[in-house]
Ligand binder design. Structure first.
Ligand code: ADP
Length: 304
């Protein structure tokens, strides 16, 4: 039976300024999984990844990579992990092939073992033709590929990517998705952070949603999408409100004092919402369907 590629237990991070970035999160990722850690900016995604990759020191809690505790056996844990961070982590003036070869050297991969390995990884990422070019001449998308090549050179069993497609155009994003799917199909467990639900939906089997340092959802993608089978509505009010009412099963947000927005699951009736609003003495002047409010509301939705 497959074990866990990653186990996080009660992980806390308080930065020196006092920001409580992680409030004791726990999550498990199965070996072979493609897992999305989704959340808005500032949720704690980068802190989590930084701790797993031992770039950020944790305040408390435990992290295991393939059953190896990162505190007890950091070198072994690291050998099984590849991390692609958001920041460029190579010298722009070095040649592509040299960057990857040097990285191999850090893991003790040299000489006759290194050469074919570097060639294979560069070919796999479509970087072989650019191998003798300085990194600075590569486009943004190719620079990201180079970062992935670096992270894969020691053949880690777990690959973690922090917002791999942030700032990448649609075409490159799809290309990156296909490439990551292929790596996963070949047996590498992948965890990525994103703030695009669509990206998680396209790629991932399981998903964790983090908000303000807490995991608010940990489920299969399928299950989450079923919950998110909703329609967005905009309700214009007769009289201004100071805050949105709290009504069970119907997440409501005030867009401005005269406009409420909501997202309603298809298995619920909007009439129930009207009844409830009526009970709160809130009169609706008009209503329209607006599905693009979904992204804004979905975190509220699934919390309920
Ligand atoms: P995300 O990756 O989801 O955007 P982060 O993990 O970067 O979230 O940030 C979580 C919280 O921790 C935020 O409030 C952020 O401002 C804070 N934070 C992140 N890095 C630092 C740091 N080096 N020092 C102080 N606060 C930080």
């Amino acid at each position: 039976m497959a074990g866990f590629a990653l186990e996080i237990e009660n992980l806390k991070k308080v930065y020196s300024g006092g920001t409580e970035a992680l409030k004791g999160i726990s999550l498990k990722v199965q070996e072979g999984d493609f897992y999305a850690l989704l959340g808005p900016n500032g949720a704690g995604k980068s802190s989590t990844i930084g701790i797993i990759g031992t770039l950020v020191t944790k305040t408390s809690g435990n992290v295991k990579i393939f059953d190896i505790d990162i505190d007890k056996d950091p070198a072994i844990a690291k050998s099984m992990l590849g991390v692609v961070s958001q920041e460029i982590n190579f010298s722009q003036f070095e040649k592509v092939i040299d960057i990857v070869t040097t990285q191999a050297g850090f893991y003790g991969i040299t000489g006759s073992v290194s050469k074919p390995r570097v060639e294979a990884v560069l070919k796999r990422l479509g970087l072989w033709n650019q191998r003798d070019e300085q990194a600075r001449t590569l486009s943004g998308g190719y620079k990201r590929r180079l970062m992935i090549a670096k992270a894969l050179i020691h053949e880690p069993k777990l690959l973690i990517l922090d917002e791999p497609t942030a700032g990448v155009d649609i075409e490159l994003r799809r290309e990156m998705w296909n490439f990551l799917k292929e790596i996963n199909e070949n047996g590498t467990t992948i965890i990525l952070t994103t703030h695009y639900l669509e990206e998680a939906e396209q790629l991932c089997r399981n998903i964790g949603i983090i908000d303000q340092g807490e995991i608010i959802v940990d489920s299969s993608m399928q299950e989450l999408l079923r919950k998110l089978d909703v329609q967005g509505f905009v309700l214009d009010l007769e009289d201004p409100l100071e805050e949105a009412p709290s009504i069970d099963g119907f997440p409501l947000k005030l867009k401005d004092s005269l406009t409420l927005i909501t997202a309603i699951n298809r298995d619920k009736s909007i009439n129930n919402l009207f009844d409830e609003l009526n009970n709160h003495d809130i009169k609706i002047k008009s209503m329209r369907n607006e599905s693009n409010r979904l992204e804004e509301l979905f975190i509220d939705m699934i919390k309920k």
